[in-house]
Design a binder for this molecule. Structure first.
Ligand code: IVH
Length: 668
């Protein structure tokens, strides 16, 4: 470094040099200067920035902890949805996966890559012209939280790439390095704080912090592997992609395997299993991917997951514990789930004292009794489950598990419905608590701060008798509750107020209509744009919608015909909730990206066809039912039939769903 000089060029030089030092230290574990020297240059940079705040570059090392604490994270749409992966525990299913691909492609020379399946928190980063502009959590796959400030604190993550690539979106996992995890928990315990159950929770908990200063004290790390939207990138396969990431200074998985046969793939899975304990992050499987991107495009995706990849999960950890008793949990719809109360037992890094027994049929099938020693298993993110009895450990004093006859929460008589016992009381408080949590869920009305302990208190203290009461809560109601200071009270009231303007489909989903998921709620709103249309809907009209079947039509009709529900809806209307609008299509505005283009949609896609059609219309395009010379593109999903043949004959361009999304993004 040249002599200190109070000039802009010195400033630029310092930023660039310290970036290089960060990369060598954090990215390659090869420091190029001493800590003392680094600190000296860093201080020089800081003082230059103090004198010349107008010079501050967003990629300056000082900007890693630049931001102020946020009130809440902003929710932002992913330019390309973040999908998940199909899972398997069986090598046989891996072979079947390969056969399916060979069959679909009609040829057999393929190259694959095996990557570690990193057990972290999924995120998506956006670099524009080489500068990190945005980092989102996965959220529901469509929209995530903007955690850019927190991600910037990750020292191994470059704020600037080597080259000014026009657009590079890259996805991966944030993780809490295993080594640092134990000392974090020790510190937490010594400060009287709850330890984190595992590194993944520590990473998730850290990313959720609204104050980046706290995050900067956590040694989070990151590893990147998947592409999002791209411009100016010419990779043809995963190998080139990972090489590119590496060249640009981005951390990639420390070991990957390129394979060209099934045998090599299966061997690599075993090899990874042997090596993975040495990685800095937890892994729970191997991800098998087709290497060539063009082939990926041809294969496309099913609902939620690509057809060109599969996750092979290593057998999850199991442990043995003793079943002390069985409690009964009441769900939102009154469904009763038996829950095993266990002797606290260490399993996959955390202490487990409860596990699901699913239903009474399962209990009978597995022959589980109270007092039994049972095998428990935790697979990925699902709650632990009891998988069987250790018969050799039976003493003979075990007792049968009897289904309850009364609801454990409200004591009303239970009824069998298929495999499940159900509480049918309309005033059951346990159901109400679950209903409120559903209403406030991030995929529904997204009321931040309305979590379990608060719902518990609101219902127990009779402050809330159904979700409409949320809109009448006052500051006095809330400040007297446990763990509710003035700030959290005001935040909650603001979050409730904000929920009034949420998109109409979210309210519809939040109502908790039986069988109506978030995706179906979106579909319904495309056809019935307002609450009033739904209040007078008839069965036939519902069944006209391709994605709505008998069961959903019946439950939707039942819901809207029920007098109590109608009264609740009227109450919500008086509070001014968004009941949709005739001219609006779930809040989206029209654009002209696809003006002049005609699309035909065919085959099975990851989303209801109507949603894709709506997206096309909103972007100014037309959707037609049959392929002709005028068709600009055919969007073809799984099992596409004659329309695909027609398109091929007429030379109409065929797009996979992914390629279509890419087209939309590129035109954006
Ligand atoms: S590929 C469309 N590769 O596992 C591409 N995912 O259980 C989908 N994950 O959602 C992701 N390591 O968050 C991919 N090497 C890896 C991965 C990986 C971890 C996560 C990812 C995904 C989840 C699915």
């Amino acid at each position: 470094m040249p002599n200190v000089e109070n000039s802009l060029s010195r400033y630029q030089e310092l930023v660039n040099y310290l970036q290089t030092c960060d990369h060598s230290y954090y990215g390659e574990a090869q420091p190029i200067l001493s800590d003392m020297e680094y600190d000296r240059l860093y201080k020089e940079l800081q003082s230059l920035e103090e004198t010349h705040p107008e010079w501050i570059r967003s990629d300056s090392p000082t900007q890693r902890v630049g931001g102020k604490p946020l009130d809440e994270f902003q929710s932002i749409s992913h330019s390309v949805p973040m999908m998940s992966l199909d899972n398997t525990y069986s090598k046989l299913e891996v072979s079947e996966f390969l056969s399916r691909i060979h069959k679909a492609l009609g040829h057999s020379e393929l190259s694959y890559i095996v990557e570690p399946k990193i057990d972290g928190v999924a995120i998506s980063l956006r670099y524009e012209h080489g500068v990190l502009q945005q980092g989102l959590t996965r959220g529901d796959g469509q929209k995530g939280d903007d955690v850019t400030q927190n991600l910037k604190t990750i020292r191994s993550l470059p704020l600037k790439l080597r080259d000014p690539i026009p657009l590079l979106e890259v996805r991966g996992e944030v993780y809490f390095p295993r080594k640092a995890f134990e000392s974090l928990n020790k510190t937490r315990q010594s400060q009287g704080e709850e330890p984190f159950a595992n590194p993944r929770n520590a990473a998730a908990g850290s990313l959720k912090q609204l104050d980046p200063r706290i995050v900067s004290q956590r040694p989070l790390a990151i590893v990147l592997y998947s592409p999002g939207a791209l411009q100016g990138v010419s990779c043809k396969n995963q190998k080139e992609w990972l090489d590119l990431l590496h060249q640009q200074g981005l951390p990639i998985p420390e070991k990957t395997w390129f394979c060209s046969s099934e045998k090599e793939l299966l061997d690599s899975i075993d090899d990874l299993d042997r090596t993975r304990s040495q990685f800095a992050y937890d892994t729970d499987g191997a991800v098998l991917k087709i290497n060539e991107w063009a082939i990926r495009d041809t294969l496309g995706s099913t609902a939620k997951a690509p057809r060109w990849a599969i996750a092979f999960k290593y057998a999850s950890e199991q442990a043995i514990s003793q079943l002390q008793s069985v409690s009964f949990q009441v769900g939102r719809t009154g469904k009763i789930t038996p829950v095993a109360e266990l002797t606290p037992t260490l399993l996959a890094g955390s202490t487990v004292s409860r596990a699901t027994l699913h239903n009474f049929d399962e209990i009978k099938r597995k022959g589980i009794q109270i007092g039994d020693y049972v095998t428990i298993e935790k697979a990925g993110e699902v709650i632990p489950a009891v998988i069987g009895v250790v018969l050799e450990k039976r003493s003979g004093n075990e007792l049968p598990i009897n289904p309850p006859s009364l609801c454990p929460a409200c004591q009303s008589t239970l009824q069998w419905e298929g495999l499940f016992l159900k509480c049918t009381s309309s005033s059951c408080e346990a159901q109400l608590k679950r209903k409120l949590l559903h209403f406030a869920h991030r995929n529904a009305m997204d009321i931040d701060g309305l979590g379990e302990s608060l719902v518990e208190q609101l219902v127990d203290k009779k402050l809330v008798r159904d979700f409409t009461d949320l809109y009448q809560l006052t500051e006095e109601n809330l400040t007297n509750l446990d763990r509710m200071g003035k700030k959290s009270t005001l935040n909650l009231l603001a979050a409730i107020e904000k929920s009034k303007t949420r998109e109409f489909w979210r309210l519809l989903f939040g109502l908790g209509i039986l069988h109506l998921g978030a995706e179906s709620a979106r579909t319904l709103v495309l056809h019935f744009k307002t609450m009033d249309q739904l209040l007078s809907v008839n069965r036939e009209a519902l069944l006209q919608i391709h994605e709505i079947g008998e069961v959903m039509a019946t439950s939707t009709m039942d819901y809207f015909q029920n007098q109590e529900n109608r009264e609740r809806i009227e109450k919500l209307r008086t509070f001014g909730l968004n009941f949709g609008s005739e001219s609006d299509s779930s809040g989206a505005t029209t654009s002209t990206q696809l003006t002049g283009m005609t699309f035909v949609i065919t085959g099975t896609l990851s989303r209801p066809r109507e949603l894709i059609a709506e997206e096309i219309r909103l972007a100014g395009g037309k959707v037609s039912g049959s392929v002709s010379k005028k068709t600009s593109y055919l969007i073809a999903g799984e099992s596409a039939g004659s329309k695909k043949t027609d398109a091929e004959k007429l030379g109409v361009k065929i797009l996979t769903e992914e390629a279509f999304q890419q087209l939309l993004t590129n035109l954006h």
